[in-house]
Write a protein that binds this ligand. Sequence first.
Ligand code: COA
Length: 145
Amino acid sequence: MIIIVSPKTRDEFKSYYELRYKVLRETWGLQKGTEKDDYEPISRHFMAVEESTREIIGVVKLFEKEPGVGWFSHMAVTPGHQHKGIGKLLLNFVEEEAKREGYKTLGCMARLNTTAFFEKAGYKINGLPSHYIGTTQVVWMEKTI
Ligand SMILES: CC(C)(COP(=O)(O)OP(=O)(O)OC[C@H]1O[C@@H](n2cnc3c(N)ncnc32)[C@H](O)[C@@H]1OP(=O)(O)O)[C@@H](O)C(=O)NCCC(=O)NCCS
């Protein structure tokens, strides 16, 4: 069974950031450390874990962008577990947490090759593609929750 929990111990945080780095940064040869942003301390961190093995297979974080608006970021699923519903599970979870926080809108900076994934969940592009991460530009997508 897959459960979603927050990392608590030093080792759990290590594995959490390692997954982020491997899936979101290493493929472009980006330096260790680039998997973190300025908002780590004000973020709530979540990870999908295979309960029987304790393997971490997906991650996402959530923080306040501005009053009433939540921002989730650094969503990643390990390549061996992609396209099995884990991303959707994390997205549903983070939406429920965002509602609980009282946000009325939830959004993310989506990589251009993943906008279809977020569109399926009701997110709409709002703005123009901006900066590059590796070889991919990102664009703000949001949804009223
Ligand atoms: C994007 C990502 C988080 C999606 O997670 P996932 O577990 O693979 O996705 P799911 O299996 O939950 O897919 C849910 C639905 O979206 C679709 N989907 C998944 N990835 C997609 C993509 N890149 N483009 C279009 N559709 C996609 C699935 O086919 C599925 O459709 P269905 O409900 O009609 O069957 C994951 O593939 C990933 O980590 N990719 C690499 C890192 C990345 O790009 N992260 C996002 C940064 S913005």
